[in-house]
Design a binder for this molecule. Structure first.
Ligand SMILES: [Zn+2]
Length: 244
């Protein structure tokens, strides 16, 4: 308990410190602190963030009443991410368009802002596995994102998932997804974990509807909502992916 308290205190101090640096833009829903991008780039990104906020809150019928969301853009981070305090961290190279990586993937390394805003609006409440959170974020980025972003790099999530499963030779079991998303896992497996999560969530939403999905996402059991076990739904989805 004490360790956790110290950890969160440090995290808080750290976040305050990084948000204190750089230039700042305040919009209806964000305070964007930025370094190493031009004011014009920051302005375009701020407009993109406002559009994404509107897309996410409208589609998920969510109100966000916790004030403006902090976004930090700078070169301190390698990956777009949402921190535990609900702030969003975006690498500046994702906005400048010079993120490192294979040439074939450069165009697919956008800021993922719709993905990260989905996390803030529908933040996981300490569930043991966050596969539905990541799945919803990947789904929303695919559906509404104006930039091409990880893990599908702008392509169709179902098709890319099916293709990568054929390359790797097997599915990742749902209860192994959380661990496979860890940064120490080989990149193609890690990417497959995100893709499977996005594909599974998209399948549930398109097959059974958003209302049922959100009821389950917010705590109701699979059995209660779908009248099926998670294993049944996983198998249904696997059949669907094998048929692509
Ligand atoms: Zn995420």
């Amino acid at each position: 308990m004490r360790k956790a308290t110290i950890f969160f205190s440090l995290l808080f101090v750290f976040c305050v410190e990084i948000f204190a640096e750089g230039e700042r833009i305040t919009t209806d829903h964000f305070v964007i602190t930025y370094e190493n991008i031009s004011p014009e780039m920051a302005q375009r990104f701020a407009e993109q963030a406002e559009v994404a906020f509107n897309d996410v809150t409208t589609y998920l019928s969510k109100k966000y009443g916790q004030g403006r969301i902090n976004i930090y853009v700078g070169d301190k981070y390698d990956m777009p991410q949402t921190n535990r305090g609900g702030g969003i961290l975006i690498p500046a190279n994702r906005i400048r368009g010079d993120a490192p990586g294979p040439p074939s993937e450069i165009a697919g390394r956008g800021p993922s802002i719709t993905h990260e805003i989905t996390h803030v609006i529908s933040l996981s409440q300490g569930k043991p596995s966050r596969y539905l959170d990541e799945g919803l974020a990947v789904f929303m980025q695919e559906k509404f994102g104006t930039d091409k972003s990880y893990p599908n790099m702008g392509g169709d999530v179902h098709r890319i998932t099916a293709k990568l499963i054929k390359t790797i030779g097997e599915f990742i079991a749902i209860d192994k997804l959380e661990k496979t998303r860890d940064a120490s896992v080989p990149e193609n497996l890690r990417r497959l974990a995100y893709l499977q999560e996005g594909s599974f969530v998209r399948y549930l939403i398109e097959e059974y509807g958003l209302n049922d999905f959100m009821a389950m996402y917010e705590g109701k059991s699979y059995e209660k909502i779908y009248n099926k076990s998670i294993e049944d739904l996983e198998n249904e989805w696997k059949e669907f992916i094998r048929g692509i």
